[in-house]
Design a protein around this ligand. Structure first.
Ligand code: ADP
Ligand code: MG
Length: 262
């Protein structure tokens, strides 16, 4: 039997994030948590123009975990950076909830990113001088929670991924899988609507990668987050709800997703 406590993730006392994740209304089409329309991005290196994204459109719905696959250099990271409002596209629109990113100034984009989007990278990017608990508290303190509120929620989140006995460990004293679990719960500490992850299990051995991915998928389904996960790992991609492939500057939906079971 599991000794993990199961905190109710939606309840982040005092968070300034807007609204709750709305459940689908019967008779109405579900509302995407995020949509991208006609995203274009070209890089210029000297006289060479590299058209990486040539009109990418996609939608992410609450409670689904979607794989983003494609060969190295296809544009997965570029697309995630743009979806996460870290870079601007040359053309196209990003909608997060009811907000249209192109209408926002830099400060409004930053606020929207902080309140609505969580990121996980291949390398954990935890702050080395801080404990696991403090790493999960930090984004909440930045969002305006009190220390005691942030500590309580950080404890719950670490317990959710089985790390309640590792709260005081610094990242260097955690295994690779544990570091990524901390990075995942840090990413959802402020109750984002969208989780973007760029090869989140890419540094882990296959067994640990599968375990960490299972935790991630469980959290996405339980919290009704909308998640887009770039991965090279086709076994993991097949365990997601849908698979999108970046192909020749566009994104196509692969039909073979969601059949691999747990
Ligand atoms: N800032 C940049 N300047 C120039 N070229 C870039 C830049 N970022 C990415 N690229 C190029 O765009 C292409 C897509 O890169 P990336 O999005 O990292 O692909 P993936 O994540 O699928 O491996 C690659 O050819 C890469 O070299
Ligand atoms: Mg990449």
């Amino acid at each position: 039997m599991s000794d993990r406590s199961e905190p109710r993730l939606e309840q982040a006392p005092g968070t300034s994030t807007t609204g709750s994740r709305s459940a689908a209304v019967p008779g109405q089409p579900p509302k995407p948590a995020m949509s991208l329309e006609g995203i274009c991005r070209t890089f210029e290196q000297g006289s060479v123009k590299l058209e990486v994204l040539r009109g990418v459109s996609l939608r992410l719905f609450p409670g689904e975990i979607v794989a983003l696959v494609g060969p190295s250099g296809a544009g997965k990271s570029t697309l995630l950076q743009i979806a996460g409002l870290l870079e601007r596209p040359d053309a196209g629109e990003i909608r997060i909830g009811d907000a249209e990113a192109s209408r926002l100034n830099d400060q409004q984009r930053t606020l929207l990113r902080r309140s609505h989007i969580g990121f996980v990278y291949q390398f954990h990017h935890l702050l080395p001088e801080f404990s696991a608990l403090e790493n999960v508290m930090l984004p909440q303190l930045i969002a305006g929670l009190s220390k005691s509120e942030a500590r309580e929620r950080a404890r719950q989140l670490l317990a959710l991924v089985g790390l309640h006995k590792r709260e005081d460990h610094r990242p260097a004293r955690l295994s690779g899988g544990e570091q990524q679990r901390v990075a995942i719960v840090r990413a959802i500490a402020n109750v984002p609507h969208v989780l973007l992850a760029d090869e989140p299990t890419g540094n882990l051995d296959p067994h640990t990668a599968t375990d960490v991915f299972s935790e991630l998928r469980r959290i996405v389904h339980a919290t009704r987050l909308a998640a887009l996960i770039a991965t090279h790992n086709f076994d993991l991609a097949a365990k997601m709800d849908r698979v999108l492939e970046v192909y020749e500057g566009g994104v196509i939906e692969r039909a073979d997703a969601g059949r691999a079971g747990p």
